[in-house]
Design a protein around this ligand. Structure first.
Ligand code: B16
Ligand code: MG
Length: 219
């Protein structure tokens, strides 16, 4: 039986409540392009990279655009997103996130970030939690977007810990698939029906502590 040595946290939707800001900015862009995306579309965008998100929206509207236009649209979306998180601070971390990071740190469980976002450094800085992470892998450091496991495998390699000794926390289906295909134990946050490929599903980090995690992990 493997020993739990590290946790890798997805960022948006696991540590920080930024998923709504991302979707709001994408919705504004889609509206401007006259592409109809409703709230149910959000699940298709969660966890995947900026460029893959744009491609999904364009495909929904059967819209083909040149590269320069796409780059400019992504720049606009990111400016809108960054504007909406200007006031982000530690109090905006999701319930239980800070306590659980502290508990891992105090008990020698290593901590990595495994996020598709290219804005991870900004968010870790704003919420003042960068110091908790032994390794930060974000959208600037990977070639392949989730569901490819690259982001988590790089986190594991950076900590020098095997995937089967690590728990990945994820809120997106693409991220759960990435964790499972990389050989990690995966705890998902959200709807158990949507995220049933995970090993265990909780509402949020407020529902977990190390004792509970170890018992789920060794079950
Ligand atoms: P950015 P995560 C992901 O972060 C978000 O879930 C996803 O909605 C977003 O499109 C992606 O990051 C890229 O973010 O535009 O900031 O580079 O959940 O993997 O932490
Ligand atoms: Mg996420």
């Amino acid at each position: 039986m493997a020993e739990l040595k590290a946790c890798i946290f997805d960022m948006d939707g696991v540590i920080v409540n930024s998923a709504d800001f991302h979707f709001h900015a994408w919705k504004k862009l889609a509206d401007e392009l006259r592409i109809d995306i409703d709230d149910d579309f959000e699940i298709h965008l969660k966890g995947i990279s900026r460029v893959d998100s744009l491609e999904k929206i364009l495909a929904k509207g059967n819209l083909v655009l040149d590269n320069d236009t796409k780059l400019s649209l992504m720049r606009n979306k990111n400016e809108e997103y960054l504007e909406s998180i200007t006031g982000l601070k530690q109090e905006d971390l999701l319930p239980g996130a800070l306590d659980f990071l502290k508990e891992c740190k105090a008990n020698g469980v290593k901590i990595a970030l495994g996020s598709s976002s290219k804005n991870a450094d900004i968010i870790l800085e704003k919420t003042d939690i960068a110091g908790y992470f032994d390794e930060v892998i974000d959208g600037n450091k990977v070639k392949f977007s989730k569901p490819d496991p690259e982001v988590f495998l790089k986190g594991a390699a950076g900590m020098n810990i095997a995937p089967n000794e690590i728990v990945v926390f994820e809120d997106a289906l693409s991220g759960v698939q990435a964790a499972k295909s990389g050989g990690f134990f995966c705890v998902a946050l959200g709807n158990p029906e949507e995220l049933k490929q995970a090993d265990y599903v909780i509402d949020g980090l407020h529902q977990i502590n190390l004792d509970k995690l170890k018992s789920i992990f060794n079950h």
